[in-house]
Structure formats: C-alpha cells, structure tokens
Ligand binder design. Sequence first.
Ligand SMILES: [Zn+2]
Length: 96
Amino acid sequence: MNIYCKFCGEPWDLDKLHNLKEHNGDAIPHREALEMFSKYGCNAFTTMRWRCYANPIEDRHVLKYIGNSQTKFRNPKWWMSPDNVMYMFKFFKELS
Ligand SMILES: [Zn+2]
C-alpha cells in the first residue's frame, strides 16, 4: 500500500516506514514513524526534521485532502491517495 506525501504528493510504500531509523540506528516505532510522515512528508525518510519542500507532483487541492486525511486519521488505511481524491471529486460532480 502506498502513502502519499501531503506536501508534494510523492508516493511511498507504507512498509518503508517499518525500516525508518533514527541517527543512532535505532528503529522508530511504527506509530511514531507514521506521525513523522504526516508531519514531515518525504523528509521523514531523511535526517531532516522539517517538512518536505519538493516541487508538488499533485494539484494543491489534492494535497490538501491528503493532508487532512493524515491529520484526521491515525490509521494509514484511511489516508487518501490522489486516486481517492479524484474519485471523490468526480463523485460529487455527478451528484450536483
Ligand atoms: Zn514530499
């Protein structure tokens, strides 16, 4: 399953968070790794402790929904992907 950086939209394999290590080489608990990802985006995989500033590959509205879902839900299975967001946009367009 992929999770998406809320700042640039880059996809990451959720399993990669299991291998996240701090400077000293200690593995970070999965829950903490998820929090770091939702806070720093791509930079959770680096030693940089500030948010990702990569050029967005997704529309800013899409990124907003991805970010909201990461704030709202702890479980990454509820985090949105660009496909989910586009589907949602299409769905609401058809309803209106
Ligand atoms: Zn990013």
